[in-house]
Design a protein. Structure first.
Length: 454
């Protein structure tokens, strides 16, 4: 029995040291992230949590040490139990195609009194009532908007200007001499090169009808049926800077969005031209000129899951990414997509994006049947109306998501726990709320962006 008590006392010493080191590291990370609330609470825990273990060791409180050791063991065992993962949180595949003319960006481009405007709202009178609300607001990147910032808006427009000039390069002439390249060599090269160009993740998938819009909703081809004969796609993500996103919905968010749309467009255009140089048809899908629904393509390429807020949730950066897609006739690997039920289960429990949404556009409800499939859907009209008032693309949901925290050992460990333990998923949200707040305030913009409206 004495040896058991001795062992328990040593366990308490080890636990005290481990808790102290872990909480010290956590406090430093929070301090570096400029999270004052989280830092204060972590430091408080640093000087409280190790105390009972340290005292049990120092004063050789045998019974207390034994009870604390048993508690640690039971806690470890409970978290290690492989509880069955939830299934069928969301349905796998859409039942029909989406018409690009119905998305908010397309409807925003309709000019009052134009033939397109009259035709669209004659067919969709219910949408005109909703859309008149955003048309009464100042609009994106306008001087009268809530978060107008002269330099940030000018920088955003500069990025969108550059993206617009990529549109002539999204497609092009294919080399008539097709190079014989093995699939294995091609995928190794594409993955490595795409990441070298600046992408975070890269994946491949075989395309189905639901990946494509049914009709074009923007530009000169408005209303035309989409006829893309490519059967395969390369999908990739580019990271949005955490500091720029954290200040959402202030002007830094739209500045960062525009920059990453530009980066995604640049990479997609390069990949498309690379494939055409080798004799394979390829088309880049970039901001303002999509034929595919990028989140669905990226999901099926294994890059993440579509979460409550309607964005792709990636395993390490959460929704804090932008997407790029290149479609091609080169035969790429098409592994069976495996649903990440752990991530979807966490999304189902969290609801933080719904709590912080300024326009209340994100539902607190579990997925339900919409257009024949079980899924989440945001209120895109109220969301875009807020964008038009704010002048930015908001991003408060993205900034507040627990998965959006910086990519470091601390947050990656938490993501690992969420992925592998149903019990950890239950406590991860209350822990995030405790340190960051249920409705965390928007951070300050980086100090190099002048805080001005003149």
């Amino acid at each position: 029995m004495d040896s058991l008590y001795t062992f328990a006392i040593l366990i308490c010493l080890a636990a005290a040291i481990l808790f102290f080191i872990t909480l010290l590291y956590t406090s430093i990370i929070f301090w570096k992230e400029k999270e004052k609330r989280a830092t204060f609470r972590a430091v408080t825990f640093l000087f409280v949590l190790p105390v009972p273990y340290l005292l049990s060791w120092y004063y050789s409180w045998e019974i207390v040490a034994l009870l604390l050791s048993i508690d640690l063991l039971l806690t470890f065992l409970v978290f290690a139990i492989p509880f069955p993962r939830p299934k069928n949180i969301c349905d796998d595949f859409p039942a029909s195609q989406i018409d690009e003319r119905d998305i908010m960006f397309a409807r925003n481009e309709l000019k009052v009194g134009s033939n397109r405007y009259d035709e669209y709202y004659q067919n969709n009178p219910d949408k005109e009532i909703l859309d008149n609300k955003f048309r009464k607001e100042p609009g994106l990147l306008t001087k009268k908007s809530v978060f107008y910032n002269r330099m940030a808006y000018a920088a955003s427009n500069a990025s969108f200007f550059a993206v617009d000039h990529f549109k002539t390069a999204i497609d092009g002439e294919v080399n008539p001499i097709q190079e014989a390249i093995s699939q294995e060599k091609m995928i190794v090269f594409l993955k490595s090169w795409t990441k070298k160009l600046g992408a975070l993740q890269v994946g491949f998938t075989k395309l189905s009808d639901y990946h494509y819009y049914s009709h074009k909703g923007r530009g000169d081809q408005y209303g035309e049926q989409i006829k893309n004969h490519h059967s395969y796609a390369i999908a990739f993500t580019v990271e949005m800077n955490q500091e720029m996103v954290a200040a959402a919905p202030k002007a830094s968010i739209v500045m960062e969005s525009a920059q990453q749309y530009l980066e995604a467009g640049r990479i997609a255009v390069q990949i498309g031209q690379f494939l055409r140089n080798l004799g394979y048809s390829a088309k880049a899908h970039i901001d303002g000129n999509y034929e595919v629904i990028c989140p669905l393509v990226a999901r099926d390429a294994g890059l993440g899951e579509i979460g409550r807020m309607g964005l792709l949730m990636t395993p390490k950066e959460g929704p804090r990414v932008r997407l790029g897609v290149v479609t091609t006739d080169f035969v790429l690997p098409s592994k069976q997509w495996k649903k990440n039920n752990s991530l979807l289960d966490f999304c189902n429990r969290c609801k933080k994006c719904a709590a912080v949404c300024p326009s209340k556009s994100i539902s607190f409800d579990p997925p339900h049947r919409i257009d024949g499939i079980k899924r989440w859907q945001i209120n895109s009209e109220s969301c875009f109306t807020y964008w038009s008032k704010a002048g930015t693309d908001c991003g408060r949901c993205m900034a507040s998501c627990p998965y959006s925290h910086p990519n470091n050992f601390l947050h990656n460990s938490i993501r690992w726990g969420i992925q592998h333990s149903p019990l950890f998923r239950r406590i991860a949200v209350p822990l995030d709320d405790f340190f960051y707040g249920r409705k965390p305030k928007a951070a300050k913009m980086p100090n190099w962006i002048p805080n001005e409206k003149l």
